[in-house]
Design a protein around this ligand. Sequence first.
Ligand SMILES: [Fe+2]
Ligand SMILES: [Fe+2]
Length: 279
Amino acid sequence: MSSTAVKITTLCENSVSSRGLLGEHGLALLLSFQDQKILFDTGAGLTLLHNARVLGIELRDIDAVVLSHGHYDHTGGLTALVNTAGSVPVYAHPEVFGAKYRVDSPYNQRYIGIPWSQKELEQQGFNFHLNHSWTELAPGIILTGEIPRLEKPEGADPKLSLKTDQGTQEDPLKDDQAIIINAPQGVIVVLGCAHSGLFNTLQYALELTGKKLIYAVLGGTHLLRLSLSRLSSIAEGLHKIGLQKLAPCHCTGRAAQYALYQTFGERLLEHRAGSTFTF
Ligand SMILES: [Fe+2]
Ligand SMILES: [Fe+2]
């Protein structure tokens, strides 16, 4: 796995960094390196094209779309790309089209999966590459595939459910995956929602790269509803694996941002729609 320089531009996020951009509950990041462009997630569908236009980013020439998992806030912008990006390959886990629901009670449930079936999307020209295991998207850029669960994910949420022929159960979110970049500065991990668990994902990044430290983490960390003491020990754990830059966003939560700031100070970076990071 060789090194490459990468620029990451955040196209969709819950909040925005400058005038004219729009926020929505969702995430989309554009990774540009050498002559390749990979769109990691697509937001919920309301802001992708608008923000790309405001930022002067051309989506017509993206080489691939990667879906971190099947929740609507990461996949809802897919069909917005139809007229823009043509028959672009889409990388995801085979269980990305699962019947995902948020179940607050038996009477209060809502569908939170991909808004279209695989067939509908294929009819529109999308070309799915569904893999359980890791894939090298380009030299130095790895898509993790299914992430081993060494420990229970920090932000596991029993309300996130999966409906199957056997009934409704807590969604194991096996489809959750991350991108790992072997940059000149060190290993960078780009997260969708980290439903596999933040430390499980980082541990797998170390295993796949053969490195001992992680340089940077960007994206959704799903550290919601955790106590401040638990958040402090998570921050300490991140410090121990060498993290130099941390740009959490989307589903990270205010208390987690606060705890991470206490440990990381200026190494904790703002991350909103319009943010750019170069490695
Ligand atoms: Fe999610
Ligand atoms: Fe999310």
